[in-house]
Design a protein around this ligand. Structure first.
Ligand code: FAD
Length: 532
């Protein structure tokens, strides 16, 4: 081996030795510690963490876990996999909040990108070092962050400069690289586009082990490929995110509808106001579906109670289903006197149930970090680390009422086991050059079934039951000709992926051949089979 790899630098050779010896009697850890500045770990605790994810439905054991000290460490590992260690696959793991094993690597190496403040001992010397604090440019209004930084840490760092990113996810304990590999959506997307539309530049290690800077102007094919690219083309080690002045406070409002078409008409009206001055529109538009009263006690709806109890049974729901519009307006203390007026002016144009207005007011950071509070509550009850058969679809606007009839009012019955989000977005805020896939209409809805499976006597809460419902929904869409696209997609055959990408498949495939020709990266997505 030494002879046949005589031309390979020593560090890479050492990694190669690990690969061929893991599972045999030699402990490779020592060798590998020398090979990278960070740490290549075969510690059972590291391997165990990397074998699982938030979905708790799929397990795949990697050979080892790399805690990188730098982008160069990431490149070293991938160069080895590309050149001298055929057979090795590599997956970046952000915060492991995927549902279906997307960040796993069977018999490969998982790179632990996340540099959470809750670090393990290994992190202290590795990812933490790579994750130098986010660098803010106040003048040019951007922040440079490590690909494994959590959005909550990006927010805290930018707030020190009075600035904040513009586009968010509902939950901030996700990594920049993880959400940019999908899209990153929330109630701001109608106005600012998804997170992938708010990136100015990236550093990426491709599947050939090259560390490249890319942007609209430089290596633009790689830039667009990686955004929404499901980890297929490279590992994001740095991202430059656009910023805006951070608002100080948020007025957060929920109103109810019993009629689906009034609800969607109002949501669509509100997102049509994008681009208007902030005083004439809301900053965030989301919504959710209430198919049973149980949801009122749910983790996302604590807002209704106890100060604002609402008796759902007193409202005459359309087919037993209620819809809640959730909107916010950002403001600063200096403009506080006009906020009531602006909110009133907008609410007057909407057609919700007049007695159903629930309002609260809170600091901007508390609003953005709202789901974390719910997480802590669920954790304390042992309800966080349970299987999550989450299922997200983009549904074209023209068919959303058919979806309502067929899914919310039919397939789901009157039990939900978790929040069901629904909100529309404007397609022209999505850059079609990115790898992300959306339906072929100007406006489409996110429908997110964020359900938890519980091991109780009630079979409607079981994992099997909920997964069966997800499949039923897909079958319903196919039979009704609803051209929905999965968000955070999960398929098991390449033909399904070809169908998912549709017109974009040829380009996706070509980009794969160019940037990861050996199909080393993110095999947990199950799009391409490694070719060695
Ligand atoms: P991981 O699950 O670790 O990785 C996801 C994929 O990206 C994998 O294929 C992995 O290999 C790849 N990857 C990870 N890091 C990198 C990198 N640096 N470079 C290249 N590829 C990489 N999504 C939304 O859009 N909006 C939401 O509001 C939202 N809310 C959520 C709330 C919760 C509680 C959870 C669990 C998920 C939510 N998501 C949301 C989904 C989330 O955006 C995705 O699951 C995302 O992939 C999670 O990020 P992560 O850092 O945990 O990535």
């Amino acid at each position: 081996r030494e002879l046949s790899f005589a031309h390979v630098p020593t560090q890479i050779l050492r990694i190669h030795i690990l690969i061929v010896t893991v599972g045999l009697t030699v402990d490779p850890t020592e060798l590998l510690r020398l090979g990278v500045d960070g740490q290549l770990s075969v510690d059972p605790a590291d391997v165990e963490t990397a074998s699982s994810d938030f979905g708790l439905m799929t397990r795949a054991k990697p050979l080892a876990v790399l805690h990188p000290a730098s982008a160069e460490d990431v490149a070293r590992l991938i160069r080895a996999a590309y050149g001298s260690a055929p057979g090795l696959t590599v997956s970046a793991r952000g915060h492991g909040h995927s549902i279906n094993g997307q960040a796993q690597a069977t018999n490969g190496v998982v790179i632990k990108m996340s540099s959470s403040r809750e670090r393990t001992a290994a992190d202290q010397t590795s990812a933490a070092a790579a994750a130098a604090r986010p660098q803010v440019s106040e003048r040019e209004m951007y922040v440079d962050v490590w690909g494994g930084d959590l959005w909550i840490d990006v927010l805290k760092a930018t707030l020190e400069h009075g600035l904040a990113p513009k586009s968010w996810t509902d939950y901030l304990y996700l990594t920049v690289g993880g959400t940019l590999s999908n899209a990153g959506i929330s109630g701001q997307t109608f106005n600012h586009g998804p997170q992938i539309a708010n990136v100015q530049e990236l550093d990426v290690v491709t599947g050939k082990g090259e560390l490249l800077t890319c942007s609209e102007e430089k290596n633009s094919e790689l830039f667009h490929a990686v955004l929404g690219g499901l980890g297929q083309f490279g590992i994001i080690t740095r991202a430059r995110i656009a910023l805006e002045p951070a608002p100080q406070r948020v007025r957060w409002i929920r109103v109810l509808y019993s009629n689906f078409s009034s609800f969607t008409k109002d949501q669509e009206f509100l997102i049509s106001l994008h681009g208007l001055p902030a005083s004439q529109r809301f900053d965030y538009v989301e919504g959710f579906v209430i198919v049973d009263e149980g949801l009122i006690n749910n983790w996302r709806s604590s807002f209704f109670s106890p100060r604002n109890p609402v008796k759902l049974s007193s409202i005459n729901a359309d087919g037993g289903v209620l819809y809640c519009l959730e909107i916010t307006k950002n403001y600063d203390e200096s403009t506080a006197e006009t906020i009531d007026q602006e909110v009133e002016g907008l609410l007057k144009k909407l057609d919700f149930i007049p007695t159903s207005v629930f309002t609260t007011d809170l600091p901007y950071v508390d609003f953005l970090d709202r789901v974390h509070k719910a997480e802590l509550k669920l954790r304390s009850k042992g309800l966080w680390d349970v299987p999550h058969p989450w299922f997200n679809l983009f549904v074209p606007k023209s068919r959303i009422s058919d979806f309502d009839e067929g899914v919310f009012k039919s397939i789901l019955g009157n039990k939900t086991s978790g929040p069901i989000l629904i909100y529309p977005m404007n397609k022209d805020k999505w850059d079609q050059r990115s790898s992300a896939v959306t339906p072929d209409e100007d406006v489409f809805y996110l429908v997110a079934l964020l359900r938890s499976a519980l091991d109780t006597a009630d079979e409607t809460q079981s994992l099997e039951y909920l997964m069966h419902q997800n499949r039923q929904i897909l079958r319903f869409c196919a039979a009704a000709g609803i051209k929905a696209k999965q968000y955070l997609p999960h398929y098991t055959t390449q033909q399904e992926w070809v169908d998912h990408f549709g017109d974009k498949w040829a380009q996706f495939h070509k980009r794969k051949m160019e940037f990861d020709p050996r199909h080393i990266l993110a095999t947990g997505q199950r799009i391409f089979t490694p070719s060695f």
